[in-house]
Design a protein around this ligand. Structure first.
Ligand code: MTE
Length: 449
């Protein structure tokens, strides 16, 4: 075994508590695993050279007891197939979980669990880590007894079983789901310590289902009068949202699949609406009904909740689209950099209005910006992964990312957002996030300005 494989990047959380020397194998494994271009290689090699102890201490495989003494897993018969029949993450990864914010809600039914963004790679959220937001708990629906109805301004009201829906032409698309309340605790001041809590009401999956436009056509919706649809869930909260007919006919779909399998119960099994780019509450889970109407329905979920309290004291309703936003997920709050040298700053960017055009990173609190690399897929209304080479010299740093989307919109700073929206809002906070790296290497959530 190569010493460089000993520590995976997903163990970053554990590295915080690990002795200093542990950081370097992780760094080296990054370099050997990814093909780096010449410019980056130069940067990486000089970063390594300056960390002189590294070359002598870590690269010498003969010093590593795990290599000299062949570990037990190289000398034994492994486990057989299908044990367990449904695969699970390694037992060394049990720290990677969804988490609740202590004290945020009184019950776990009307609550949130946050995705561990700091432990995620690429753009897809593992299904078991997809954040949850329920208004009245999640329900385990028997798919044979579930029905989906289309009514209202239609020629023929229709009722579908799951089987009937699954016989229809389907689409599979990768989209983010972000709660309108994501980053809501951060309007006034830095309230929570880690990126899991500041930005973790955010996930991205490949969903499969039937375009709503097809179903509306089947029911013969009234093209003259239809202005909106109402989507309604089958859980006790009857969560229901008005959605513009333009959105409904564009890219909204009735999904049963998520990341190659049926949607998980807590995410809406057996059917949920996927409303790409709109705030999460519109992606109604346990979907049982879509009604076509000619005016907004002003349900409790759109007149009392998910409204924006503006500086003039008025509430803004139906601000559904999730504006462009980005966040650095590593390094991020609660972590500790254990030695000077090279770090791959990485994070996520997205826009409810289209694709990510550019991500810039600043390491000095927004005074200077440099463009980040986007190596992976850039898809509409989906998370986009960015990376940025950084050599930490040990002095205090203020890490920020800023996205520009395909409409030309640039993610605002906190002061810029507050100027337009005031400080009393809860929803739709898409401001630039700042992580402060102290000389000690500790990373903290801070607000500038
Ligand atoms: N749909 C129903 N029926 N009931 C709910 O409580 N919560 C909404 C939405 N759809 C909800 C619902 C909210 S506020 C959000 S942010 C998303 O579901 C969260 O989806 P997830 O739990 O799959 O992440």
């Amino acid at each position: 075994m190569d010493s460089t494989d000993r520590i995976s990047r997903s163990q970053r959380g554990q590295l915080q508590a690990a002795p200093e020397s542990f950081l370097q194998p992780e760094l080296i494994s990054e370099i050997s695993q990814h093909g780096v271009d010449k410019r980056r290689r130069g940067l990486l090699m000089s970063a390594l050279a300056t960390a002189g102890a590294v070359a002598s201490g870590v690269l010498n495989a003969a010093d590593d007891p795990e290599i000299v003494n062949v570990p037990e897993w190289s000398r034994m018969l492994g486990k057989g197939v299908a044990s367990p029949a449904y695969g699970q993450p390694s037992k060394y990864e049990t720290h990677v979980t969804r988490r609740q914010s202590p004290g945020l809600t009184q019950t776990t039914q009307a609550s949130v669990s946050f995705s561990p963004l700091q432990h995620m790679f690429g753009i897809i959220t593992a299904s078991g880590l997809h954040f949850e937001r329920h208004h009245q708990g999640w329900v385990d629906i028997d798919p044979r007894r579930h029905r989906f109805m289309i009514n209202g301004l239609v020629k023929t009201p229709m009722v579908f079983t799951l089987e009937e829906l699954m016989r229809l032409p389907s689409v599979s698309r990768i989209h983010f789901v972000e709660c309108g309340a994501n980053t809501g605790m951060e309007w006034g001041n830095s309230a929570v310590p880690t990126v899991q809590y500041t930005h973790g009401m955010l996930s991205c999956s490949e969903f499969t289902g039937v375009p709503l436009s097809l179903l509306l056509d089947m029911a013969g919706y009234d093209k003259e009068r239809a202005r909106v649809i109402l989507a309604e869930g089958a859980d006790g909260s009857s969560n229901s949202r008005t959605i513009n007919i333009e959105n409904a006919l564009d890219d909204v779909f009735v999904a049963y699949g998520m990341n190659g399998e049926m949607i998980r119960p807590e995410n809406g099994y057996p059917l949920r609406l996927i409303t790409p780019g709109l705030q999460g509450v519109s992606s109604v889970k346990w979907l049982r009904r879509v009604e076509v109407g000619d005016q907004p329905y002003a349900t409790k979920d759109e007149s009392v909740h998910y409204v924006d309290l503006m500086p003039d004291g008025l509430q803004r309703q139906y601000s559904s689209i999730q504006e462009a936003k980005s966040v650095i997920t590593n390094p991020s709050g609660g972590q500790k950099l254990l030695s000077h040298g090279y770090y791959n700053i990485t994070g996520l960017a997205w826009s409810g209005r289209g694709t990510v055009k550019k991500v810039e990173v600043s390491v000095d609190g927004g005074r200077n910006w440099r463009e980040a690399r986007i190596d992976g897929p850039v898809l509409p209304k989906a998370l986009t992964r960015f990376n940025f080479d950084w050599v930490w010299d040990g002095s205090e740093a203020l890490l920020q990312s800023r996205v520009t989307d395909s409409t030309g919109y640039i993610q605002p700073s906190k002061p810029e957002l507050r100027e337009v929206r005031g400080t009393r809002s809860l929803y739709h906070n898409n401001a630039i996030q700042t992580w402060k790296v102290a000389a000690s290497g500790e990373v903290a959530n801070v607000q500038l300005g």
